[in-house]
Design a binder for this molecule. Structure first.
Ligand code: AMP
Length: 263
């Protein structure tokens, strides 16, 4: 597996590459959720490239950008074991962003005004901006995004449609720990015991009869619930439940967890 640490090395390789290319963008601190996306890309494209970049523009001023886990060597080993061929892991933020004042992408305003949008102002614009740049350098035929970040997946699909980008977007299944807790790089901030307790989120999303009682149950168990809603698959309509896509964001012991379940 070859790792590119600069944009120029990536671009040089890309000029010579031919054939279907599957792409998995990540922020690193990889786990089985990320690796399942690589395996899924592997099934559809002859060559697979992943990226590892903790993107500053998608973090708010009081979020965990500086403490976000960075473990490039361990990540590279995991990617190789999952059958990844190439990795783009820019060595600095400057490899990706030229100027603070540079042009950026504005995410679909309807999709980014709901759920995580109001809680993380500018987050989805930052995601779209970096993904747009990565797409223009990597020029993949297919890109895979996890259903773990279901709102992000819908927003990327909207960007690709609206800007007529020639890349196919596929959703990858949400991978969970045995307890049911959605795998996340941020789970590393929790102790093993807290992770077990946090798995209540999944049970509540899977079994509650309506969003209101689900929210109350999580609050009673010590979660600080930012939202808990049931929506249509395109997220544009709120539903009473139980049928629909249930989505939640909650702080548990100060760690922000998101999850979603389709019922
Ligand atoms: P991140 O490194 O958190 O930016 O995630 C990179 C990609 O991996 C995104 O498309 C995520 O949706 C996806 N991902 C993260 N966690 C999971 C998971 N538990 N199951 C499936 N995909 C995931």
């Amino acid at each position: 597996m070859k790792i590119f640490r600069t944009r120029s090395a990536l671009l040089k390789w890309r000029k010579t590459h031919r054939g279907a290319l599957g792409f998995v963008p990540t922020m690193g601190a990889l786990h089985e959720g990320h690796l399942s996306l690589v395996r899924s890309a592997r099934k559809e494209a002859r060559t697979v490239i992943a990226s590892i970049f903790v993107n500053p523009t998608q973090f708010g001023p009081n979020e965990d950008f500086s403490k976000y886990p960075r473990q490039i060597e361990a990540d590279a080993k995991l990617l190789e074991s999952a059958g990844c061929d190439f990795v783009f892991a820019p060595k600095s933020v400057e490899e990706v962003y030229g100027r603070l004042s540079e042009t950026s992408i504005k995410a679909d305003t309807e999709l980014s005004s709901i759920l995580c949008g109001p809680i993380r102002p500018g987050h989805f614009d930052g995601v779209c901006s970096v993904v747009y740049k990565l797409f223009s350098w990597v020029r993949p035929s297919l890109a895979i995004f996890g259903e773990k970040d279901f709102q992000q997946l819908q927003i990327i699909k909207a960007m690709v449609k609206d800007l007529e980008l020639s890349v196919k977007i596929k959703g990858g299944k949400l991978i969970r720990e045995t307890s049911g807790l959605a795998m996340s790089s941020r789970n590393a901030y929790l102790t093993r015991e807290s992770r077990e307790r946090a798995s209540l989120i999944y049970r509540v999303l899977s079994t509650s009869k309506d969003p209101h009682s689900a929210k109350q149950e999580l609050i009673a168990a010590g979660f600080d619930v930012q939202y808990l809603e049931c929506r249509s698959e395109d997220l544009r309509t709120i539903l009473p439940g139980p049928k629909g896509r249930w989505l939640v964001a909650a702080l548990f012991e100060g760690v922000r967890l998101i999850d979603n379940v389709k019922r």
